[in-house]
Design a protein around this ligand. Structure first.
Ligand code: HOZ
Length: 430
């Protein structure tokens, strides 16, 4: 495969941009090799600067549920663009988007638009502290809530990919306010509430983890968190940056029937442009400036282009059969991967929620980060490159999720499964 232009661009990029990338996970460190520079995308395909074509299962890490350059998104953004890009003043689209989100996720009575998932989670935690007057926050090992100081402890995504202990630059006093427990461990969470009664402001959780690979909540885990937080007067925050509008129109909270106090959104919300949001109960949101004293702001918050892309995406997702198609395609992919593993006696498993999934090698269960870390990451790296050589572009890390979009056809899944079979055959026979 020709990669000379990507190689050249990477060496130029490394001179001016740390690691040559503007977000660490793009550097392919965990799978080795050199990232491809992408020139364009359409539907389920991306094309790199050397002219190689791939079927894309990264989906820009989650936002592109409609695929690349979806005509309705392009049209909405183009029309908006001709009227101006930003005003620093309220616009009608923001109101429409807020109403639409609140309708899809009834636990969100009010919301504030921001520019990224990181901002959403950081602001939700500040609001929870402001509302409760308490300092501590519980998060789960392997869950990733963006890169704000207090939430980096035992984080997933790039922090796990690069096997970083925690980030230098975070003062111990900040990190000390974050209590970390294993995902799915209700007993350890309850212990913390017993140890710090009336001190914990919030529990923040990805209701379906997507940043340590996909991990599903154990039965009653989310309902248990709801109960523990309610009893103690702490808030429950769902980070649905990945799962929001992905696993169902109303996110994981709809799937599991658990209503959090606050929800963080991003990715699909912005339809491929930078947009995030946090929202929840009115009485909590009322504490936010200008109504209340908890400060949060942003020059480009609720940017008209991002709002237009988000509205076009959410409207498209309202069509009948959309989530059924995503579920069917997810099931086909999961079954196909597991069938090949079985056929060649290769140990491994697929964790899946709708159209997001992760293949782990060499383990029998992955229900928390400790189990994910035990998986065969060297084999994952070979799998990544084996698929890439066959034109299948996967997330370049064990600790992320494959995303199937509405642009993927049955044929795309079959091609990817054929590529997988070819790779496994070679891998298994040495
Ligand atoms: N936010 C994504 C975590 N799954 C990764 C994208 C990034 O860090 O660049």
């Amino acid at each position: 495969m020709e990669t000379s232009r990507s190689t050249h661009l990477l060496s130029r990029a490394r001179k001016k941009i740390p690691g040559g990338v503007n977000s660490p996970v793009r550097a392919w460190k965990a799978v080795s090799g050199q990232p491809r520079f992408i020139a364009r995308g359409v539907g389920a395909r991306v094309f790199d600067v050397d002219g190689n074509e791939y079927t894309d299962f990264l989906g820009s890490w989650g936002p592109l549920i409609l695929g690349h350059a979806h005509p309705e998104v392009v049209q909405a953004v183009t029309e908006t663009l001709t009227r101006g890009t930003t005003f620093g003043a309220p616009t009608e689209g923001e109101v429409e988007l807020a109403e639409l989100v609140s309708q899809r996720m009834p636990s969100i009575e009010q919301l504030r638009l921001v520019s990224s998932g990181t901002e959403a989670a950081m602001s939700a935690v500040r609001l929870a502290r402001g509302f409760t007057g308490r300092p501590k926050v519980i998060k789960f090992d392997g869950c990733y809530h963006g890169h704000s100081d207090g939430l980096l402890a035992r984080a997933g995504s790039g922090v796990a990919t690069l096997a970083l202990p925690d980030s230098p630059g975070v003062p111990p006093a900040f990190a000390g306010e974050t209590l970390v427990v294993p995902f799915n461990d209700l007993n350890r969470t309850a212990e913390l509430f017993r140890k710090y009664p009336g001190v914990i402001a919030a529990v923040i959780v990805e209701p379906i983890c997507g940043n340590m690979g996909v991990m599903l909540p154990a039965p009653q885990f989310l309902a248990g968190l709801r109960e523990l937080t309610r009893q103690d007067g702490a808030l429950l925050i769902f980070d649905e940056v990945i799962t929001g509008f992905r696993v169902a129109a109303g996110g994981a909270q709809e799937v599991y029937g658990v209503a959090p106090d606050l929800t963080c959104l991003g990715k699909i919300l912005g339809g491929g442009l930078p947009l995030g949001a946090f929202g929840g109960k009115k009485e909590i949101m009322a504490l936010l400036a200008p109504e209340g004293p908890v400060y949060q702001a942003g020059t480009l918050s609720g940017n008209p282009l991002a709002v237009a892309a988000g509205l076009a995406t959410l409207r498209r997702l309202a069509r009948p059969g959309v989530y059924q198609r995503l579920e069917e395609h997810g099931q086909i992919f999961e079954d196909g991967l597991e069938k090949v593993l079985d056929q060649y006696g290769m140990p491994g498993l697929v964790n899946r929620a709708g159209s997001m999934l992760t293949l782990f090698f060499g383990v029998e269960t992955v229900n928390h980060a400790g189990e994910a870390r035990l998986s065969d990451q060297a084999r994952f790296g070979r799998y990544f490159h084996g698929m890439l050589e066959r034109g299948i572009y996967l997330p370049p890390s064990q600790f992320e999720a494959v995303f199937i979009s509405l642009a993927h056809e049955r044929k795309d899944l079959e091609n990817a499964l054929n590529a997988f079979e070819l790779w496994v055959r070679l891998e298994a026979t040495g």
